[in-house]
Design a protein around this ligand. Structure first.
Ligand SMILES: Nc1ncnc2c1ncn2[C@@H]1O[C@H](COP(=O)(O)OP(=O)(O)OP(=O)(O)O)[C@@H](O)[C@H]1O
Ligand SMILES: [Mg+2]
Length: 284
């Protein structure tokens, strides 16, 4: 069976900010299939935010090309790309600028082809879904950090883009907001949306991101299944990450002389192993 053409391809992309000499992206190449959920990880300053800003044309490659559905995005404006590729910034202050919460959503829908009737319905349902109805006449600047984050996500989701990109979505958010975000991910996954998430959170990645692209100093260090990338101690160190708890627990057991031949990648795998281990110990 031949693989379908990717929804997004990044081909030999280099980038240098105009005011600096160093290349901050160096020969980046990878592709993403429709419906994939990909984590972008790596140390501070690795170039993750710079890279995702290229996907809706906020920055343009110094060299190399990016293709969305087979078309070179260099010929398209940020406004038209943003209808299809939604980027949620790490800091909502960099994204929100309207006078009221409701206007923020209205502005976001402005460039879309949605008809008037649908437009009002979408505004109402987004404000309700994101628990923002009570704040609709308030300035986004007078929301709490968590509420602002929700508004910044809502203002992208309302356009229903094909590719969703989140820069550090879970940082600084309480349990309830993080659960809200996870539910949203599930919903978008069901709609077969393509999702790229920049994160330093290895536990979140282990549980929710099947594939990781790991960056360091503007280059891709590794690209593969999360379980392979995040159990590789050399990569973890280079990417300035910490070993996921499940692997350090497994390592501690092995250091105690307990032999583990079973593949263990999740708490459930570990529970099963311990149950079997205790049973066999009971019989010996
Ligand atoms: N506007 C800019 N002008 C010049 N250099 C910049 C600019 N923005 C970022 N850089 C530099 O580009 C490099 C990559 O930055 P980037 O923000 O993409 O990293 P990151 O991987 O997102 O890091 P973090 O995990 O800290 O968010 C860094 O060395 C940074 O200092
Ligand atoms: Mg960043």
């Amino acid at each position: 069976m031949t693989e379908k053409p990717p929804i997004l391809s990044v081909l030999h992309v280099w980038y240098k900010y105009p005011n600096t000499h160093e290349n901050v992206l160096k020969d980046i190449t990878f592709s993403v299939q429709k419906g994939e959920i990909v984590g972008l990880m790596g140390s501070n300053g690795a170039g993750k935010t710079t890279l995702i800003k290229m996907f809706n044309g906020l920055l343009r490659p110094t060299r190399g090309s990016i293709f969305y559905k087979g078309n070179d995005i260099n010929t398209e404006s940020t406004a038209s790309l943003s209808k299809e590729i939604g980027l949620v910034f790490q800091n909502p202050n960099h994204q929100l600028f309207s006078n009221t919460v409701e206007d923020e959503i209205k502005f976001s829908l402005k460039s879309t082809d949605i008809n008037k009737e649908e437009y009002n319905k979408i505004i109402q349902s987004i404000l309700t879904d994101f628990d923002l109805n009570q704040y609709k006449t308030r300035s986004p600047l007078n929301l709490s950090g968590g509420e602002m984050k929700k508004l910044s996500v809502a203002s992208i989701i309302c356009r229903d883009p094909e590719i969703l990109i989140f820069d550090e979505p879970t940082i600084g958010q309480d349990y309830k907001n993080n659960q809200f975000f996870l539910k949203l991910l599930e919903k978008e996954k069901k709609k077969k949306k393509t999702i790229i998430i920049v994160t330093h959170d290895v536990e979140f990645a282990m549980e929710h991101l099947p594939r990781i692209i790991l960056m360091q100093k503007g280059e891709i260090l590794a690209d593969g299944p999360t379980r392979l990338v995040l159990k590789n101690k050399a990569l973890i160190k280079k990417g300035s990450l910490i070993l996921p708890q499940i692997y350090s627990f497994k390592e501690s057991l092995e250091q105690m002389g307990i032999k583990i031949t079973k593949e263990i990648h999740s708490p459930n795998d570990m529970i099963q192993f311990i149950q079997e281990f205790l049973k066999t110990r009971g019989n010996s």
